[in-house]
Design a protein around this ligand. Sequence first.
Ligand code: PFF
Length: 454
Amino acid sequence: MTTDSPDTRGSWGSKLAFIFAASGSAIGLGSIWRFPIMVGLNGGAVFVFAYILAVILIGFPLMLTELTIGRHTQKNPVGAFKTLKPGTPWKLVGYMGVITGVCILSYYSVIASWGVGYLYKTLIGAFQGEMTWTRSDQIFSSFTANPVQVLICFLVVIALTTFVISRGVKGGIERWSKILMPMLFILIIIMAIRALTLKGAGPGISFYLKPDFTKINPRLLFYAVGQAFFSLSLGMGTMITYGSYISKEENLSSSAGWVCFSTTLVALLSGIIIFPTLFATPGINPQEVQASTGLMFQVFPLIISKLPGGYVFGVLFFILLFVAALTSTISLLEVPTAFLIDEHKWRREKAATVIGAAAFILGIPSALSNGASPWLTKINLMMKMDLVFGNIMLAVGGLLITIFVAYVWGIPQALKEISHGTPRFKIKPLWIFSVKVLSPLAIIAILVFTIFFA
Ligand code: PFF
Protein backbone atom coordinates (compact mmCIF):
# COMPACT_ATOMS: atom_id res chain seq x y z
CA MET A 1 0.00 0.00 0.00
CA THR A 2 1.17 3.45 -0.69
CA THR A 3 -0.07 4.95 2.50
CA ASP A 4 1.66 4.58 5.84
CA SER A 5 -0.68 6.81 7.74
CA PRO A 6 -2.50 4.91 10.42
CA ASP A 7 -6.17 5.63 9.91
CA THR A 8 -6.76 6.32 6.28
CA ARG A 9 -7.51 3.71 3.67
CA GLY A 10 -4.79 3.56 1.09
CA SER A 11 -4.40 2.02 -2.31
CA TRP A 12 -1.76 -0.12 -3.93
CA GLY A 13 0.85 1.86 -5.85
CA SER A 14 0.59 -0.22 -9.01
CA LYS A 15 -0.69 -3.47 -10.41
CA LEU A 16 2.53 -5.20 -9.50
CA ALA A 17 2.37 -3.86 -5.98
CA PHE A 18 -1.01 -5.50 -5.58
CA ILE A 19 0.10 -8.82 -7.06
CA PHE A 20 3.08 -8.88 -4.72
CA ALA A 21 0.99 -8.02 -1.69
CA ALA A 22 -1.69 -10.59 -2.47
CA SER A 23 0.92 -13.23 -3.31
CA GLY A 24 2.64 -12.30 -0.07
CA SER A 25 -0.56 -13.13 1.76
CA ALA A 26 -1.12 -16.30 -0.22
CA ILE A 27 2.38 -17.74 -0.41
CA GLY A 28 3.51 -18.85 3.00
CA LEU A 29 3.37 -21.78 5.34
CA GLY A 30 0.19 -22.98 3.66
CA SER A 31 2.13 -23.89 0.55
CA ILE A 32 5.45 -24.79 2.08
CA TRP A 33 4.47 -26.48 5.35
CA ARG A 34 0.78 -27.45 5.04
CA PHE A 35 0.52 -28.62 1.45
CA PRO A 36 3.00 -31.54 1.82
CA ILE A 37 1.23 -32.70 5.00
CA MET A 38 -2.06 -32.78 3.11
CA VAL A 39 -0.41 -34.72 0.28
CA GLY A 40 0.95 -37.21 2.79
CA LEU A 41 -2.39 -37.51 4.57
CA ASN A 42 -4.34 -38.08 1.37
CA GLY A 43 -2.34 -40.63 -0.53
CA GLY A 44 0.09 -38.59 -2.62
CA ALA A 45 -0.25 -37.64 -6.27
CA VAL A 46 -4.01 -38.03 -6.47
CA PHE A 47 -4.29 -35.25 -3.91
CA VAL A 48 -1.91 -33.06 -5.92
CA PHE A 49 -4.19 -33.56 -8.90
CA ALA A 50 -7.34 -32.74 -6.90
CA TYR A 51 -5.65 -29.66 -5.43
CA ILE A 52 -4.75 -28.26 -8.85
CA LEU A 53 -8.32 -28.83 -10.05
CA ALA A 54 -9.67 -27.16 -6.91
CA VAL A 55 -7.45 -24.12 -7.50
CA ILE A 56 -8.53 -23.72 -11.11
CA LEU A 57 -12.23 -24.50 -10.82
CA ILE A 58 -13.10 -23.13 -7.38
CA GLY A 59 -10.18 -21.19 -5.90
CA PHE A 60 -9.43 -18.88 -8.78
CA PRO A 61 -13.10 -17.93 -9.38
CA LEU A 62 -13.56 -17.29 -5.66
CA MET A 63 -10.48 -15.11 -5.54
CA LEU A 64 -11.88 -13.03 -8.36
CA THR A 65 -15.21 -12.87 -6.54
CA GLU A 66 -13.65 -11.67 -3.29
CA LEU A 67 -11.52 -9.06 -5.05
CA THR A 68 -14.59 -7.82 -6.89
CA ILE A 69 -16.61 -7.38 -3.69
CA GLY A 70 -13.64 -5.63 -2.07
CA ARG A 71 -12.97 -3.22 -4.89
CA HIS A 72 -16.63 -2.41 -5.35
CA THR A 73 -17.35 -1.64 -1.71
CA GLN A 74 -13.89 -0.40 -0.63
CA LYS A 75 -14.57 -2.06 2.70
CA ASN A 76 -13.50 -4.78 5.12
CA PRO A 77 -15.61 -7.99 4.91
CA VAL A 78 -18.24 -6.91 7.46
CA GLY A 79 -18.56 -3.44 5.95
CA ALA A 80 -18.71 -4.92 2.47
CA PHE A 81 -21.73 -7.10 3.22
CA LYS A 82 -23.39 -4.26 5.13
CA THR A 83 -22.94 -2.00 2.12
CA LEU A 84 -24.23 -4.48 -0.42
CA LYS A 85 -27.19 -5.80 1.58
CA PRO A 86 -27.84 -3.41 4.45
CA GLY A 87 -29.94 -4.62 7.35
CA THR A 88 -29.66 -8.31 6.47
CA PRO A 89 -27.84 -11.15 8.24
CA TRP A 90 -25.28 -11.33 5.40
CA LYS A 91 -22.92 -9.25 7.49
CA LEU A 92 -22.52 -12.37 9.64
CA VAL A 93 -20.41 -13.85 6.85
CA GLY A 94 -18.05 -10.95 7.39
CA TYR A 95 -18.02 -11.50 11.15
CA MET A 96 -17.31 -15.17 10.57
CA GLY A 97 -14.30 -14.16 8.48
CA VAL A 98 -13.01 -11.86 11.18
CA ILE A 99 -13.25 -14.61 13.82
CA THR A 100 -11.73 -17.21 11.51
CA GLY A 101 -8.84 -14.81 10.85
CA VAL A 102 -8.00 -14.48 14.53
CA CYS A 103 -8.22 -18.23 15.06
CA ILE A 104 -6.03 -19.08 12.07
CA LEU A 105 -3.55 -16.41 13.11
CA SER A 106 -3.31 -18.05 16.55
CA TYR A 107 -1.94 -21.39 15.39
CA TYR A 108 -0.38 -20.22 12.12
CA SER A 109 1.94 -18.01 14.15
CA VAL A 110 3.01 -21.04 16.15
CA ILE A 111 4.27 -22.71 12.97
CA ALA A 112 5.91 -19.44 11.95
CA SER A 113 7.56 -19.40 15.36
CA TRP A 114 9.11 -22.81 14.66
CA GLY A 115 10.70 -21.08 11.68
CA VAL A 116 12.16 -18.48 14.05
CA GLY A 117 13.52 -21.27 16.27
CA TYR A 118 14.99 -23.00 13.24
CA LEU A 119 16.64 -19.82 12.06
CA TYR A 120 18.29 -19.52 15.45
CA LYS A 121 19.31 -23.17 15.41
CA THR A 122 20.78 -22.85 11.92
CA LEU A 123 22.71 -19.76 12.98
CA ILE A 124 24.31 -21.53 15.94
CA GLY A 125 25.23 -24.45 13.71
CA ALA A 126 22.79 -27.03 15.08
CA PHE A 127 22.46 -28.66 11.67
CA GLN A 128 26.18 -28.87 10.92
CA GLY A 129 27.69 -32.27 10.17
CA GLU A 130 25.99 -35.45 9.08
CA MET A 131 22.19 -35.06 9.18
CA THR A 132 20.25 -38.25 9.66
CA TRP A 133 16.53 -38.71 10.07
CA THR A 134 16.94 -39.64 13.73
CA ARG A 135 18.95 -36.51 14.43
CA SER A 136 16.62 -34.22 12.55
CA ASP A 137 13.55 -35.72 14.18
CA GLN A 138 15.14 -35.42 17.60
CA ILE A 139 16.02 -31.73 17.05
CA PHE A 140 12.43 -31.03 16.02
CA SER A 141 10.77 -32.90 18.86
CA SER A 142 12.99 -31.50 21.57
CA PHE A 143 12.43 -27.98 20.24
CA THR A 144 8.64 -28.17 20.12
CA ALA A 145 8.49 -29.96 23.47
CA ASN A 146 10.23 -27.08 25.22
CA PRO A 147 7.44 -24.71 26.30
CA VAL A 148 9.70 -21.77 27.10
CA GLN A 149 11.46 -21.78 23.74
CA VAL A 150 8.25 -22.26 21.80
CA LEU A 151 6.35 -19.55 23.64
CA ILE A 152 9.18 -17.03 23.29
CA CYS A 153 9.39 -17.61 19.53
CA PHE A 154 5.59 -17.45 19.31
CA LEU A 155 5.58 -14.12 21.12
CA VAL A 156 8.22 -12.77 18.74
CA VAL A 157 6.04 -13.61 15.72
CA ILE A 158 2.87 -12.11 17.16
CA ALA A 159 4.70 -9.01 18.41
CA LEU A 160 6.34 -8.40 15.05
CA THR A 161 3.08 -8.90 13.16
CA THR A 162 1.27 -6.56 15.54
CA PHE A 163 4.02 -3.97 15.22
CA VAL A 164 3.89 -3.99 11.42
CA ILE A 165 0.11 -3.69 11.32
CA SER A 166 -0.20 -1.16 14.11
CA ARG A 167 2.38 1.19 12.66
CA GLY A 168 0.93 0.84 9.19
CA VAL A 169 4.38 -0.06 7.87
CA LYS A 170 3.05 -2.86 5.73
CA GLY A 171 4.15 -0.93 2.67
CA GLY A 172 7.77 -1.24 3.76
CA ILE A 173 7.46 -4.98 4.14
CA GLU A 174 5.83 -5.25 0.76
CA ARG A 175 8.65 -3.35 -0.88
CA TRP A 176 11.12 -5.73 0.74
CA SER A 177 9.17 -8.79 -0.16
CA LYS A 178 9.47 -7.86 -3.82
CA ILE A 179 13.14 -8.76 -3.53
CA LEU A 180 12.90 -11.44 -0.88
CA MET A 181 10.08 -13.55 -2.30
CA PRO A 182 11.79 -14.14 -5.65
CA MET A 183 14.90 -15.10 -3.67
CA LEU A 184 12.89 -17.63 -1.70
CA PHE A 185 11.59 -18.98 -4.96
CA ILE A 186 15.13 -19.45 -6.30
CA LEU A 187 16.25 -21.25 -3.13
CA ILE A 188 13.26 -23.54 -3.33
CA ILE A 189 14.07 -24.40 -6.93
CA ILE A 190 17.65 -25.22 -6.00
CA MET A 191 16.45 -27.50 -3.21
CA ALA A 192 13.94 -29.15 -5.52
CA ILE A 193 16.65 -29.92 -8.06
CA ARG A 194 18.88 -31.36 -5.35
CA ALA A 195 16.03 -33.48 -4.03
CA LEU A 196 15.22 -34.84 -7.47
CA THR A 197 18.82 -35.90 -8.00
CA LEU A 198 19.14 -37.79 -4.71
CA LYS A 199 19.95 -41.48 -4.91
CA GLY A 200 16.73 -43.33 -4.20
CA ALA A 201 14.46 -40.38 -5.03
CA GLY A 202 12.41 -42.50 -7.48
CA PRO A 203 9.75 -43.89 -5.12
CA GLY A 204 9.19 -40.42 -3.64
CA ILE A 205 8.73 -38.91 -7.08
CA SER A 206 6.20 -41.63 -7.99
CA PHE A 207 4.32 -41.16 -4.74
CA TYR A 208 4.10 -37.44 -5.41
CA LEU A 209 3.47 -37.37 -9.13
CA LYS A 210 1.90 -40.67 -10.22
CA PRO A 211 -1.75 -40.53 -9.23
CA ASP A 212 -3.67 -43.60 -8.19
CA PHE A 213 -7.22 -42.52 -8.99
CA THR A 214 -8.76 -45.39 -7.08
CA LYS A 215 -7.83 -43.50 -3.93
CA ILE A 216 -10.16 -40.58 -4.65
CA ASN A 217 -12.83 -40.06 -1.99
CA PRO A 218 -14.94 -37.20 -0.55
CA ARG A 219 -12.60 -36.66 2.37
CA LEU A 220 -9.70 -36.13 -0.03
CA LEU A 221 -11.76 -33.64 -2.04
CA PHE A 222 -12.69 -31.84 1.15
CA TYR A 223 -9.03 -31.46 2.05
CA ALA A 224 -8.15 -30.42 -1.51
CA VAL A 225 -10.70 -27.60 -1.51
CA GLY A 226 -9.68 -26.64 2.02
CA GLN A 227 -6.04 -26.53 0.99
CA ALA A 228 -6.86 -24.45 -2.08
CA PHE A 229 -8.71 -21.92 0.09
CA PHE A 230 -6.10 -21.90 2.81
CA SER A 231 -3.14 -21.47 0.49
CA LEU A 232 -4.88 -18.79 -1.59
CA SER A 233 -6.09 -16.91 1.53
CA LEU A 234 -9.74 -17.37 0.57
CA GLY A 235 -13.01 -17.84 2.43
CA MET A 236 -12.53 -15.33 5.22
CA GLY A 237 -12.47 -12.04 3.40
CA THR A 238 -8.72 -11.43 3.16
CA MET A 239 -9.05 -10.89 -0.55
CA ILE A 240 -12.10 -8.67 0.03
CA THR A 241 -9.93 -6.51 2.27
CA TYR A 242 -6.99 -6.56 -0.16
CA GLY A 243 -9.32 -5.92 -3.08
CA SER A 244 -10.61 -2.83 -1.34
CA TYR A 245 -7.26 -1.18 -1.95
CA ILE A 246 -7.13 -1.92 -5.71
CA SER A 247 -7.73 0.81 -8.23
CA LYS A 248 -10.45 0.68 -10.88
CA GLU A 249 -7.96 0.49 -13.74
CA GLU A 250 -6.64 -2.83 -12.65
CA ASN A 251 -7.37 -6.12 -14.38
CA LEU A 252 -8.79 -8.17 -11.53
CA SER A 253 -8.92 -11.39 -13.49
CA SER A 254 -5.28 -11.44 -14.53
CA SER A 255 -4.15 -10.28 -11.08
CA ALA A 256 -6.05 -13.16 -9.48
CA GLY A 257 -4.57 -15.51 -12.09
CA TRP A 258 -1.02 -14.52 -11.23
CA VAL A 259 -1.57 -14.92 -7.51
CA CYS A 260 -3.07 -18.40 -7.99
CA PHE A 261 -0.31 -19.44 -10.36
CA SER A 262 2.61 -18.34 -8.20
CA THR A 263 1.13 -19.85 -5.05
CA THR A 264 0.43 -23.20 -6.67
CA LEU A 265 3.93 -23.29 -8.10
CA VAL A 266 5.51 -22.79 -4.68
CA ALA A 267 3.30 -25.52 -3.19
CA LEU A 268 4.18 -27.97 -5.95
CA LEU A 269 7.88 -27.26 -5.53
CA SER A 270 7.68 -27.74 -1.79
CA GLY A 271 6.31 -31.24 -2.38
CA ILE A 272 9.09 -31.91 -4.88
CA ILE A 273 11.57 -31.15 -2.12
CA ILE A 274 9.84 -33.13 0.61
CA PHE A 275 8.81 -36.46 -0.91
CA PRO A 276 11.91 -37.49 -2.86
CA THR A 277 14.03 -36.52 0.17
CA LEU A 278 11.78 -38.38 2.57
CA PHE A 279 11.69 -41.56 0.51
CA ALA A 280 15.45 -41.43 -0.15
CA THR A 281 16.37 -41.05 3.51
CA PRO A 282 17.42 -44.27 5.22
CA GLY A 283 16.10 -45.30 8.60
CA ILE A 284 12.43 -44.36 8.28
CA ASN A 285 9.20 -45.67 6.94
CA PRO A 286 7.81 -42.74 4.89
CA GLN A 287 4.26 -43.96 5.47
CA GLU A 288 4.63 -43.41 9.17
CA VAL A 289 5.75 -39.80 9.00
CA GLN A 290 4.43 -38.40 5.73
CA ALA A 291 1.54 -36.62 7.41
CA SER A 292 3.31 -35.52 10.57
CA THR A 293 2.88 -31.93 11.71
CA GLY A 294 6.61 -31.31 11.66
CA LEU A 295 7.21 -32.85 8.21
CA MET A 296 8.75 -29.75 6.65
CA PHE A 297 10.95 -29.04 9.65
CA GLN A 298 12.14 -32.64 9.82
CA VAL A 299 12.88 -32.96 6.12
CA PHE A 300 14.25 -29.58 4.99
CA PRO A 301 17.41 -29.75 7.14
CA LEU A 302 18.22 -33.09 5.51
CA ILE A 303 18.31 -31.61 2.04
CA ILE A 304 19.93 -28.34 3.08
CA SER A 305 22.81 -30.29 4.61
CA LYS A 306 23.36 -31.96 1.24
CA LEU A 307 23.91 -28.66 -0.55
CA PRO A 308 27.27 -27.00 -0.96
CA GLY A 309 27.43 -24.04 1.43
CA GLY A 310 24.68 -25.63 3.50
CA TYR A 311 25.15 -23.31 6.46
CA VAL A 312 24.68 -20.06 4.54
CA PHE A 313 21.95 -21.64 2.46
CA GLY A 314 20.11 -22.76 5.59
CA VAL A 315 20.32 -19.36 7.25
CA LEU A 316 19.10 -17.64 4.11
CA PHE A 317 16.29 -20.13 3.65
CA PHE A 318 14.91 -19.74 7.16
CA ILE A 319 15.11 -15.93 6.94
CA LEU A 320 13.12 -16.03 3.71
CA LEU A 321 10.66 -18.58 5.06
CA PHE A 322 10.07 -16.25 7.96
CA VAL A 323 9.43 -13.31 5.63
CA ALA A 324 6.97 -15.45 3.65
CA ALA A 325 5.18 -16.39 6.87
CA LEU A 326 5.17 -12.79 8.07
CA THR A 327 3.52 -11.46 4.93
CA SER A 328 0.76 -14.01 5.61
CA THR A 329 0.36 -13.32 9.35
CA ILE A 330 0.17 -9.63 8.44
CA SER A 331 -2.75 -10.33 6.12
CA LEU A 332 -4.46 -12.45 8.76
CA LEU A 333 -4.22 -9.62 11.27
CA GLU A 334 -5.19 -6.97 8.73
CA VAL A 335 -8.72 -8.37 8.32
CA PRO A 336 -9.88 -8.01 11.96
CA THR A 337 -7.90 -4.77 12.31
CA ALA A 338 -9.51 -3.16 9.25
CA PHE A 339 -12.88 -4.28 10.63
CA LEU A 340 -12.35 -2.57 14.00
CA ILE A 341 -11.01 0.60 12.37
CA ASP A 342 -13.78 0.89 9.79
CA GLU A 343 -16.76 -0.33 11.74
CA HIS A 344 -15.93 0.67 15.31
CA LYS A 345 -13.63 3.63 14.65
CA TRP A 346 -10.81 2.16 16.74
CA ARG A 347 -7.32 3.54 16.32
CA ARG A 348 -5.14 1.25 14.21
CA GLU A 349 -2.65 0.69 17.03
CA LYS A 350 -5.32 -0.22 19.54
CA ALA A 351 -7.09 -2.56 17.12
CA ALA A 352 -3.90 -4.38 16.11
CA THR A 353 -2.68 -4.72 19.71
CA VAL A 354 -5.94 -6.05 21.09
CA ILE A 355 -6.33 -8.61 18.29
CA GLY A 356 -2.65 -9.55 18.44
CA ALA A 357 -2.95 -10.17 22.20
CA ALA A 358 -6.11 -12.21 21.69
CA ALA A 359 -4.40 -14.35 19.04
CA PHE A 360 -1.46 -14.91 21.38
CA ILE A 361 -3.64 -16.09 24.26
CA LEU A 362 -5.73 -18.23 21.95
CA GLY A 363 -2.60 -19.74 20.43
CA ILE A 364 -0.94 -20.84 23.68
CA PRO A 365 -2.67 -24.25 23.76
CA SER A 366 -1.68 -24.85 20.11
CA ALA A 367 1.88 -23.85 20.91
CA LEU A 368 1.95 -26.45 23.68
CA SER A 369 0.30 -29.19 21.65
CA ASN A 370 3.44 -30.58 20.05
CA GLY A 371 5.15 -32.24 22.95
CA ALA A 372 5.07 -29.58 25.68
CA SER A 373 1.74 -30.64 27.16
CA PRO A 374 1.03 -34.40 26.97
CA TRP A 375 -2.72 -33.95 26.94
CA LEU A 376 -2.82 -31.23 24.26
CA THR A 377 -0.36 -33.30 22.25
CA LYS A 378 -2.53 -36.40 22.56
CA ILE A 379 -5.60 -34.63 21.21
CA ASN A 380 -3.37 -32.95 18.57
CA LEU A 381 -5.03 -29.65 19.28
CA MET A 382 -3.18 -27.62 16.68
CA MET A 383 -4.25 -29.83 13.81
CA LYS A 384 -7.81 -29.83 15.20
CA MET A 385 -7.79 -26.03 15.10
CA ASP A 386 -6.49 -26.25 11.56
CA LEU A 387 -9.24 -28.67 10.58
CA VAL A 388 -11.99 -26.49 12.01
CA PHE A 389 -10.75 -23.05 10.98
CA GLY A 390 -8.32 -23.76 8.14
CA ASN A 391 -10.64 -26.21 6.37
CA ILE A 392 -14.25 -26.15 7.53
CA MET A 393 -14.68 -22.45 8.27
CA LEU A 394 -12.88 -21.36 5.11
CA ALA A 395 -15.00 -23.77 3.04
CA VAL A 396 -18.23 -22.53 4.64
CA GLY A 397 -17.10 -18.91 4.24
CA GLY A 398 -16.19 -19.49 0.59
CA LEU A 399 -19.55 -21.15 0.00
CA LEU A 400 -21.50 -18.25 1.49
CA ILE A 401 -19.50 -15.61 -0.38
CA THR A 402 -20.13 -17.47 -3.62
CA ILE A 403 -23.86 -17.86 -2.97
CA PHE A 404 -24.05 -14.20 -2.03
CA VAL A 405 -22.58 -13.03 -5.30
CA ALA A 406 -24.43 -15.53 -7.46
CA TYR A 407 -27.90 -15.16 -5.96
CA VAL A 408 -28.09 -12.09 -3.75
CA TRP A 409 -25.87 -9.31 -5.01
CA GLY A 410 -26.13 -10.70 -8.54
CA ILE A 411 -23.80 -11.76 -11.33
CA PRO A 412 -24.53 -8.65 -13.49
CA GLN A 413 -23.41 -6.30 -10.70
CA ALA A 414 -20.23 -8.28 -10.20
CA LEU A 415 -19.55 -8.40 -13.94
CA LYS A 416 -19.93 -4.66 -14.12
CA GLU A 417 -17.30 -4.23 -11.42
CA ILE A 418 -14.96 -6.74 -13.05
CA SER A 419 -15.30 -4.93 -16.40
CA HIS A 420 -13.43 -1.92 -14.99
CA GLY A 421 -9.86 -2.67 -15.99
CA THR A 422 -10.86 -5.95 -17.64
CA PRO A 423 -12.60 -4.95 -20.89
CA ARG A 424 -12.25 -8.44 -22.35
CA PHE A 425 -13.04 -10.89 -19.60
CA LYS A 426 -12.01 -14.05 -21.42
CA ILE A 427 -12.89 -16.63 -18.82
CA LYS A 428 -16.28 -15.13 -18.11
CA PRO A 429 -18.18 -18.39 -18.84
CA LEU A 430 -15.93 -20.37 -16.47
CA TRP A 431 -16.33 -17.80 -13.75
CA ILE A 432 -20.12 -17.64 -14.06
CA PHE A 433 -20.44 -21.42 -14.15
CA SER A 434 -18.19 -21.82 -11.15
CA VAL A 435 -19.89 -19.16 -9.03
CA LYS A 436 -23.44 -20.12 -9.89
CA VAL A 437 -23.25 -23.89 -10.06
CA LEU A 438 -19.98 -25.69 -9.60
CA SER A 439 -18.54 -24.07 -6.46
CA PRO A 440 -21.73 -24.07 -4.37
CA LEU A 441 -22.66 -27.63 -5.34
CA ALA A 442 -19.16 -29.00 -4.95
CA ILE A 443 -18.58 -27.37 -1.57
CA ILE A 444 -21.98 -28.42 -0.21
CA ALA A 445 -21.54 -31.99 -1.44
CA ILE A 446 -18.04 -32.24 -0.04
CA LEU A 447 -19.03 -30.79 3.34
CA VAL A 448 -22.09 -33.01 3.69
CA PHE A 449 -20.23 -36.16 2.67
CA THR A 450 -17.32 -35.45 4.93
CA ILE A 451 -19.33 -34.49 7.98
CA PHE A 452 -21.98 -37.19 7.76
CA PHE A 453 -20.37 -40.09 5.97
CA ALA A 454 -16.64 -39.96 6.54
N1 PFF B 1 -2.41 -18.28 2.53
C1 PFF B 1 -1.58 -18.30 3.69
C2 PFF B 1 -0.58 -19.40 3.51
O1 PFF B 1 -0.80 -20.27 2.67
O2 PFF B 1 0.42 -19.46 4.20
C3 PFF B 1 -2.37 -18.47 4.96
C4 PFF B 1 -3.59 -17.59 5.03
C5 PFF B 1 -3.44 -16.21 5.01
C6 PFF B 1 -4.83 -18.17 5.04
C7 PFF B 1 -4.57 -15.40 5.00
C8 PFF B 1 -5.96 -17.38 5.04
C9 PFF B 1 -5.81 -16.00 5.01
F1 PFF B 1 -6.87 -15.26 4.98
